[in-house]
Design a protein around this ligand. Sequence first.
Ligand SMILES: Cc1cc2nc3c(=O)[nH]c(=O)nc-3n(C[C@H](O)[C@H](O)[C@H](O)COP(=O)(O)OP(=O)(O)OC[C@H]3O[C@@H](n4cnc5c(N)ncnc54)[C@H](O)[C@@H]3O)c2cc1C
Length: 458
Amino acid sequence: MKTIEKDVVIIGAGLTGLTLAYYLKKAGKNVLLVEQSDRTGGVINSVTENGFTYETGPSTGVLSSLEIVELFEELHDKCELETAGKQANKRYIWKKMKWEALPSGLISAIKTPLFTLSDKFRILGEPFRKAGGYPDESLAELVVRRMGKSFLDYAIDPFLSGVYAGDPNKLITRHALPKLYALENNYGGFVRGTIAKYKENKKHPQPNAHKITHEVFSVKGGLKSMIDALTLEIGQDQLITSCRQTKINPVGKDYITTFTDLSGEKYEIHSPKVVTTVGAYALPDLLPFVDVRLMKLMSETTYAPVVQVAVGYKKWNSIKLDAFGGLIPTIEKRKALGVLFPSAIFKGRCPEGGALLSVFIGGMNKPEILGMSDEEISQLVRDELRITMKVETEPDLLRIHRYQHAIAQYDIKTEKRLESIEKVEKDFPGLILAGSFRDGIGMSDRVKQARTVANQIL
Ligand SMILES: Cc1cc2nc3c(=O)[nH]c(=O)nc-3n(C[C@H](O)[C@H](O)[C@H](O)COP(=O)(O)OP(=O)(O)OC[C@H]3O[C@@H](n4cnc5c(N)ncnc54)[C@H](O)[C@@H]3O)c2cc1C
């Protein structure tokens, strides 16, 4: 048995845990990152194979928080941020068997066949529509109320498939899209809110706000390069991978974290602070001392299952890849949720003249897809690509990655979940429950949460 003293133990070496460990170590804390897998990165991983560089989990992020921008600035000599050009602003939506570009300006908004004429007129009245709704209003209810059903079907529903793999009828606006909720709640509507916020920002600019460009990003060589850079910075002495049977228990004012490593060696780590960054479903095993009722409110968080399929072609002879990708509304009743075009927006992802696509399927509305065999998924994806992308040739690469717990859903259970997290953290000072079941699911949100927790500890 190895007994070690640490300032902070962090469970989980995904982006949240790694970022937190990085900032704590930088501030002089003696941390230990405890990871059950044999590698760091959690759901983030990139593979280079046969001339293709593809992501097995998230494909791209958005520079939507200052914290992610600053992290890249800090790591600049170890990994190179790659932002997508203007092309990434173009997004396709599937309607009546073809791709239609999402409108990017007034003229295209008037002309687009995505929305009905009555909803186009209706949207002109959005600034004058009364703020209404109730605190737990779903995104579907909010959007129909303020913008109309066709905006829900052909803009918000596919957008939410892309972000949450979720169902707009179940996602609660104030939790899932808090900024959108605030526009109506604080300013009376989306248009009014956007204008008011713009004016406020001009009058009282936040320091470095100009750096939050909302550009789509990846990293040269794939997102794994960022993970490798963080892992290197943290160093081997502050990280143990392949940990088994990890448990945390409060003893006096401290916590004792126990686990077994790959060789069977048992560890006992004493620390005044412990941060978990694992999925909510993994908490009961980790925290056996937490009241069962409170634990259930956290561990029963709904997660959307997602199957992510990387598909590569050495020669691309099909439709022009001139966008971020295409999303497929639920109402169109296709099997895929969307097809992203990573090779169109980032360099070096496929052989010259070829293409790399990222197809995602499953989500809250089609969870059964996760149970399909590789052969069935491969066939499904090739069929979908034949119809949506007009691909006639067989792919040179097709790799399937399944995620049972891909994306935490900010649904009606969120309020109770947040309350129980608060209660547990209050009852057990020094224990912090972080991770994507609170504070947002995107990579920018993860880095922002890690910085917030680091500041809280420091
Ligand atoms: C398929 C998919 C596509 C996505 N697409 C995007 C996207 O395009 N853009 C975007 O911004 N975000 C995307 N996301 C979300 C984003 O990737 C995640 O929110 C983020 O990477 C999660 O990081 P994390 O560290 O919080 O969690 P994780 O990456 O899940 O890391 C948690 C870590 O904890 C470890 N762990 C679990 N249990 C234990 C235990 N008992 N003991 C020790 N270690 C344990 C796990 O092995 C893992 O390494 C996507 C997610 C998925 C799954």
